[in-house]
Design a protein around this ligand. Structure first.
Ligand SMILES: NC(=O)C1=CN([C@@H]2O[C@H](COP(=O)(O)OP(=O)(O)OC[C@H]3O[C@@H](n4cnc5c(N)ncnc54)[C@H](O)[C@@H]3O)[C@@H](O)[C@H]2O)C=CC1
Ligand SMILES: O=C(O)[C@@H]1CCC=N1
Length: 274
C-alpha cells in the first residue's frame, strides 16, 4: 500500500473514506487532508488525528496517492492551481468526482498522469462501502493494486473496463445510500402512523434492512426467491408487495436511476465544456 495519501477536500465523502481507512489500521500520519480553511479541517483533525493542510500544492508535494474529493464544480480551479506541484511529484491520482472523466482531470492537471476514477459511497465510513473503479491507460498494474487495496480497506471494489459505466455505478451505489435512507424515513413515518414510537420504528426498519442485506449477500438464492420466501400466499407481505407493484415502484426506481446516471453524464459534459 502507498505510504502517503493526500485527500484534496475533507468533506462528507473524504471523511467517510478516511474514517474507514483508519479503522482498517492505516496510520493517521500517512494521511493528509486539505481544505481552504482551518475551520473545515478541524472535524477530521479531531476525529481522526490525521495531518491537515490548507495549501493543496504543499499537501501533494510528498504524496504517493492524491484523492481528489472536492465538488465537481470547483475541480478545474483546484486542479489547475496545483498543476505544477502534481507534475513535479506525479502521484497516482484518484478522482472521486461524479461525472468528470479521467481525460478531463488529467488535462486540468497538466497531462500524462496515471488517473483512476472511483465512484465510492458514504458507507465507506463503516467499512461497508461499494466502489466502482476505472483506470486510464497510464495506470500501471501496481497502481491498480494500490487503488484496489485502498478502496477495499473500506468496502467492496468493482473495476469497470468502460469509463461510461461509472455513471451506472453512480446510480447503483454512489448515490444509492440516499435511496435506502429515504426508505428508512418512509418506513419510520409509516410505523409511527401505525402506532409505534418513532425510535422503535426506526430501529426495526434499519435492523431489517441490515438483516435483508446480509441474508442476500450470504444466501445461495437470488433476491426474488428470498422475497417469495417471506410472502405467505394470502398473507400480509403479499398484500404489501402487491401495493408496491401496483404503484409501479420498480418503474420509479428505474426512472430515478436513469435520471441519476443521466445527471452524471450531463455534469461531466457541462464542466468539461464538451
Ligand atoms: N457525498 C457522497 O455520497 C459522494 C460524493 N462523491 C463525490 O465526492 C466529491 C466530494 O463530495 P462531498 O464530500 O459530498 O462534498 P463536501 O462538500 O462534503 O466536501 C467538499 C470538501 O471540499 C473542500 N474544499 C472546497 N474548496 C476546496 C479547495 N479549493 N481545496 C481543497 N478543498 C476544498 C470543502 O471544504 C469540503 O471539505 C464530489 O466530487 C462528489 O461528486 C462521490 C461519491 C459519493
Ligand atoms: O449527489 C452527488 O452528486 C454525489 C455523487 C454520488 C453521491 N453524491
Amino acid at each position: 500500500m502507498a505510504t502517503q495519501i493526500t485527500f484534496i477536500g475533507a468533506g462528507n465523502m473524504a471523511g467517510a473514506i478516511i474514517g474507514g481507512l483508519i479503522d482498517s489500521g492505516m496510520a493517521p500520519t500517512s494521511i493528509t487532508a486539505t481544505s481552504p480553511s482551518d475551520a473545515a479541517l478541524e472535524p477530521v483533525n479531531e476525529r481522526f488525528g490525521i495531518n491537515t493542510q490548507t495549501d493543496n500544492s504543499t499537501a501533494v508535494a510528498n504524496a504517493d496517492v492524491v484523492v481528489l474529493a472536492v465538488k465537481p464544480q470547483i475541480m478545474r480551479d483546484v486542479c489547475e492551481n496545483m498543476r505544477d506541484s502534481i507534475q513535479h511529484q506525479r502521484p497516482l491520482i484518484i478522482s472521486i468526482a461524479a461525472g468528470l472523466d479521467a481525460t478531463t482531470i488529467d488535462t486540468w492537471l497538466g497531462g500524462g498522469l496515471a488517473v483512476v476514477r472511483c465512484m465510492p459511497n458514504t458507507p465507506s465510513l463503516v467499512g461497508c462501502g461499494a466502489s466502482g473503479l476505472y483506470a486510464n491507460a497510464a495506470v500501471s498494474e501496481q497502481q491498480r493494486q494500490t487503488a484496489t487495496q485502498l478502496m477495499e480497506a473500506v468496502g467492496l471494489v468493482e473495476w469497470v473496463e468502460e469509463e461510461r459505466l461509472l455513471d451506472a455505478v453512480t446510480a447503483v451505489s454512489g448515490s444509492a445510500p440516499a435511496y435506502f435512507f429515504l426508505m428508512f424515513e418512509a418506513m419510520e413515518a409509516a410505523g409511527v402512523k401505525l402506532g409505534l414510537p418513532a425510535a422503535t420504528a426506526r430501529r426495526l426498519a434499519i435492523q431489517t434492512a441490515l438483516g435483508a442485506a446480509r441474508m442476500a449477500q450470504q444466501s445461495e438464492h437470488d433476491p426474488a426467491t428470498l422475497k417469495k420466501n417471506v410472502m405467505s400466499p394470502g398473507g400480509t407481505t403479499e398484500r404489501a408487495i402487491e401495493h408496491m407493484e401496483n404503484a409501479q415502484l420498480r418503474k420509479t426506481i428505474q426512472d430515478a436511476m436513469d435520471a441519476c446516471a443521466h445527471r452524471a453524464q450531463e455534469m461531466g459534459k457541462e464542466l468539461a465544456g464538451k
